[in-house]
Design a protein around this ligand. Structure first.
Ligand SMILES: NC(=O)c1ccc[n+]([C@@H]2O[C@H](COP(=O)([O-])OP(=O)(O)OC[C@H]3O[C@@H](n4cnc5c(N)ncnc54)[C@H](O)[C@@H]3O)[C@@H](O)[C@H]2O)c1
Ligand SMILES: [Mg+2]
Length: 343
């Protein structure tokens, strides 16, 4: 028996020596997703981000907005206040863990009285459309993924084939219909976002529903069966009537509006011989070319200062939390560090 323990200890020691903190963390999270009893146990020592009908709980400290993590004991205390049992904690979903393997969960307390929790915890449940832009950048991506997962569970309570209730695993990484045996996994919609350039100008557009004066890069949902490159070429053709000739990938982002989009951001060049925009007015209100100077001024402009005396708006661009901002920033860097590209 002692030999078995020694061998297990040696294996564990070797694992710790040979894997980075990151690898160990990812392996641990993966185990929690696969092992219900381990995850149930982890819930007793984890921390919780709370939501109310998909609005995250924020606390204002000075000028900063923070998203507090509640301990399992604090969660228990709040639930006791409502005469609710700890079983509520099983409704939570796993969203990550610390380097020290303290697991983080998100839990929606939508069925409980909102104001009572707000008074008790000295903060407020805030619509994600505001919360996302006022917290620190790393917190905004955490809020986006936590809300995306909670939203998916909320809207997948029933099997779409049998109409029977589905059950989530403890971590919340899937739901199963025991009548049909179908396993459902959380979904997101891939969206391409493309900053089109002709080498010296870039193309930005606005939809009628955007705030006044805001322009952003072209975007569109990928069709089933389409590669990213095909989606980019199709969206550019559909929305502005141009042919994207070459494109290169920049980065991606989980975007929570309207719900769980995987934004895949690219730069694309169009032929110099074919620069006339033919805008699809069913989708866009305006699309036009911007020169470097106008882009640099727009980047400095706050939405509040965009309105002019005559009631019109000067252009401004999405804030840094949006991947469109990164594309525009990269384009500026490229323009200012390299000679103009000629196709
Ligand atoms: N993070 C950023 O920087 C950034 C910038 C621009 C757009 N976006 C996001 O990209 C998304 C798509 O942009 P768009 O409006 O230009 O798309 P789009 O050009 O494909 O047009 C939207 C239309 O596509 C259809 N559609 C097809 N599949 C859909 C799906 N899975 N979900 C919803 N609608 C679907 C609907 O009819 C919808 O009205 C939006 O959700 C927007 O919030 C993010
Ligand atoms: Mg679009």
């Amino acid at each position: 028996m002692a030999a078995i323990y020694r061998a297990a200890y040696r294996r564990a020691a070797l694992f710790y020596r040979s894997h980075s903190t990151y690898v160990r963390k990812m392996r641990y999270l993966n185990k929690l997703k696969e092992d219900d009893s381990l995850c149930r146990q982890a819930q007793t020592s984890g921390t919780f981000y709370i939501f109310h009908n998909l609005s995250p709980f924020l606390q204002k400290v000075g000028k900063k907005y923070l998203i507090p993590q509640l301990s399992a004991a604090e969660m228990k205390r709040i639930l006791e206040k409502f005469k609710e049992t700890e079983q509520w904690i099983e409704k939570s979903v796993l969203i990550g863990c610390s380097d020290e393997h303290v697991p983080h969960f998100a839990l929606d307390l939508g069925a409980l009285e909102r104001s009572v929790i707000e008074v008790e915890l000295e903060g407020s449940f805030t619509d994600l459309r505001k919360a996302f832009f006022v917290v620190d950048e790393k917190d905004s991506s955490l809020l986006a993924s936590a809300q995306g997962l909670l939203r998916w569970h909320d809207s997948h309570q029933y099997c779409s084939k049998t109409g029977q209730p589905t059950q989530k695993n403890v971590a919340g990484s899937k739901r199963v219909c025991h009548a049909s045996g179908i396993t459902y996994y959380p979904q997101m919609s891939p969206v391409v976002i493309i900053l089109v350039s002709d080498g010296s100008r870039c193309l930005l557009a606005r939809q009628a529903s955007f705030p006044q004066g805001m322009y952003t890069a072209l975007s569109g949902f990928c069709d089933v069966g389409e590669a990213v490159e095909e989606a980019v070429r199709r969206e550019v053709a559909e929305e502005v009537g141009l042919e994207a000739e070459s494109l290169w990938y920049s980065a991606s982002q989980h975007w929570p509006f309207p719900s769980s989009c995987l934004m895949i951001a690219c730069h694309a060049l169009v032929r110099r011989q074919q620069l006339e925009i033919s805008m699809n007015s069913l989708e866009l209100e305006e699309a036009r070319w911007f020169g470097l100077e106008e882009i640099m001024e727009g980047l400095k402009r706050e939405p509040k200062s965009a309105k002019q005396d005559n009631g019109s708006y000067l252009p401004w661009f999405p804030p840094k939390q949006a991947i469109a901002h990164k594309l525009i920033d990269e384009w500026v860097k490229q323009q200012t560090s390299q000679p103009t590209q000629v196709l």
